[in-house]
Design a protein around this ligand. Structure first.
Ligand SMILES: [Zn+2]
Ligand SMILES: [Zn+2]
Length: 285
């Protein structure tokens, strides 16, 4: 219990420490061994993408000051959820919780592509014209709020140990920055790594303008889910250097790079477009 109290008290510095640590590491890696040539000035994209990240952190703290760890502690105090109800060895509960939360994130990602109104929010993540470490944290604030509510529901049902939630949040954040990195990994190493986890080359396919490629590789941590559910795609048809990143419909920096454009992107385009395009799986563009 004391350890949980310590974790709760230090959750913010732990997460911030990992966020900035991994950000700096991947940013240096991107300079030393870039995978693609960027198309938009980096300073412009970084200022706006990171501006969005700070804005989202502020909104989240305001709405949910206790965050997901607070919810896990609350569930444990009240005996809510599977792992608070049944006596399961602690280590097993931690590992199963982290893997289960990763599976839910995978399902959530498939959902935000499949449901047109959710895709409108999620397209903020996809509309980035380049693909680098800051893309990994670029989400519309409303999608961030929906994610948090889904996380709360998962925690109430699962009852994961508080430490599992902290591990999951830190690992998800670090992995998202790693697999959005514009970094060159030896191809042999990539092939071995992606047997277990999502690599930059694997997730980059998901940021293609091509519909079928964007509707594959939904995983953020374990590559298992895409292989298991048939959404795995090895490489982009055009190759990593020549493929086009983003969304066909929105390609001006005013719409997708500057913060006001990013925040209003979900509300662009007519609602009636939904009806015409919902028959197609995925992107209603
Ligand atoms: Zn996506
Ligand atoms: Zn992504």
């Amino acid at each position: 219990m004391e350890f949980n109290d310590w974790l709760m008290g230090h959750e913010v510095p732990i997460r911030l420490g990992f966020f900035f640590g991994v950000l700096v590491l991947v940013a240096l890696w991107e300079i030393l061994a870039p995978r693609r040539t960027l198309t938009v000035p980096k300073a412009l994209r970084w200022a706006n993408n990171l501006g969005l990240v700070f804005f989202n952190s502020f909104v989240l703290r305001l709405l949910f000051p206790a965050a997901a760890v607070g919810m896990a502690a609350f569930a444990s105090q009240n005996g809510w959820g599977l792992f608070n109800h049944f006596q399961i060895p602690f280590a097993v509960a931690v590992v199963v919780s982290v893997v289960a939360m990763d599976f839910i994130i995978y399902l959530q990602h498939v959902l935000v592509h499949a449901v047109p109104v959710l895709w409108r929010l999620h397209r903020v993540h996809h509309a980035d014209l380049d693909y680098d470490v800051t893309t990994g944290a670029r989400f519309h604030p409303i999608e961030i709020i929906i994610s948090m509510l889904i996380k709360f529901s998962t925690i109430v049902v699962l009852g994961p140990p508080v430490v599992a939630v902290v591990i999951f949040e830190v690992v998800l954040n670090a992995m998202a920055m790693f697999n959005h990195g514009n970094v060159r990994l030896p191809l042999g190493l990539d092939r071995v790594l992606r047997l277990f986890v999502v690599t930059p080359d694997m997730h980059r396919v998901h940021h293609s303008v091509e519909d079928d490629e964007a509707n594959s590789n939904f995983g953020f941590n374990l590559s298992l889910w895409d292989r298991l559910f048939g959404t795995y795609r090895d490489q982009p048809r055009a190759g990593h250097e020549a493929m086009t990143i983003g969304i066909h419909k929105f390609r001006t920096t005013r719409e997708v790079t500057w913060l006001p454009g990013i925040l209003s992107l979900p509300f662009k385009g007519k609602i009636s477009e939904y009806a015409i395009n919902t028959r197609r799986w995925g992107k209603p563009e």
